[in-house]
Design a protein around this ligand. Structure first.
Ligand code: NAD
Length: 294
């Protein structure tokens, strides 16, 4: 018999991921604090419930895709949280990007209450969530990974079980997002400088896409967002900023000075304060253009 699934956090990532699980024939119970997200989930065939607690009580496998570590902590560990209301033996899978210590503490508490937990952050963006081509970076026990693998195969394409530490996937995910922070600003600076010198961004792209300046982020930010003048997230500046702060903390703990990386927190804080926090991160370009008055 197919397990019953729970999905909490039906946002840019969680909604398309849960839709793929519905399409695969699973019964999915869902909860989001945003009523619009709930309506969309229900319209796709999901069963909407009023609280995370109710989802935890119903599901055999409970998944989360939530914006910040603080919210993840609350949804899992508060009195009304998942950990205190999930059925014994349930598998909890967190797809959110959090701090590694939180993965470790959730795993420990879940285990002490007879539950199983995997930290499983993802990469690949909203397109990856829609097309089920996400990269999934899983940390946790082998048997739990095996139990979750049918879910991972439905929502993602490149699935990595990286070890028994519940936070190993998060550490790699934060390294990835540090790179994204570098590249996103690099694309913005390069295009604005080109434009200021009279070089059209399309012409620049035509050449650089066949040169070493090319990157997946250049492709994404320029072709999907900037070229279409579409800055609806995607991946918001504020979420990137959250991950860069987490990466900076991780580097401090490891004793590695991030010579440029640590400046990225101030940079994206500025971009957010300029008013681009809820825009896609590619709006770094708009922010720089505004500063150059072009
Ligand atoms: P989002 O803000 O679009 O979605 C988060 C959802 O959680 C929202 O619908 C919000 O209403 C809901 N929510 C907030 N508090 C809640 C609560 N207490 N209970 C239930 N629901 C609650 O964010 P997203 O872009 O979908 O990202 C989700 C996670 O995935 C984040 O940790 C993010 O860093 C990570 N991520 C995002 C992307 C991307 O491209 N957007 C890619 C990889 C990883």
């Amino acid at each position: 018999m197919m397990e019953k699934l729970g999905f909490i956090g039906l946002g840019n990532m969680g909604l398309p991921m849960s839709i793929n699980l519905l399409k695969a024939g699973y019964k999915v119970y869902g909860f989001d604090t945003n009523s619009q997200a709930m309506e969309q989930f229900i319209a796709e065939g999901g069963v909407g419930l009023a609280t995370a607690k109710e989802v935890a009580e119903q599901g055999d496998i409970i998944m989360t895709s939530l914006p910040t570590p603080q919210i993840v902590e609350q949804v899992y560990q508060s009195e009304q949280g998942i950990i205190h209301h999930a059925k014994k033996g349930s598998l909890l899978i967190d797809f959110s990007t959090v701090n590694p210590e939180l993965n470790d503490s959730l795993h420990k508490e879940a285990q002490s209450l007879g539950l199983r937990y995997l930290g499983a952050p993802v990469s690949g963006g909203v397109i990856g969530a829609i097309q089920a081509t996400l990269t999934i970076m899983v940390g946790g026990e082998e048997a739990d990974y095996q139990s979750g693998s049918k879910i991972f195969g439905i929502v993602g394409k490149n699935i990595y079980h990286l070890g028994t530490s519940p936070s190993v996937g998060t550490r790699i995910k934060l390294l990835n997002n540090l790179m994204i922070g570098f590249y996103t600003e690099a694309v913005a600076e390069t295009i604005v400088l080109g434009e200021k010198m009279g070089i059209h961004a399309d012409m620049l792209y035509e050449v650089l896409k066949n040169s070493y300046g090319q990157s997946r982020i250049y492709e994404r930010n320029y072709v999907e967002y900037m070229k279409n003048e579409n800055y609806q997230p995607g991946f918001s500046t504020n979420l990137l900023l959250k991950d860069l702060k987490l990466a900076k903390n991780m580097a401090e703990e490891a004793g590695v000075p991030l010579r440029i990386g640590e400046k990225l927190v101030d940079l994206y804080s500025d971009i957010s304060q300029q008013g681009y926090g809820e825009n896609d991160m590619s709006a770094a370009y708009l922010s720089l253009k505004e500063k150059c008055k072009i």
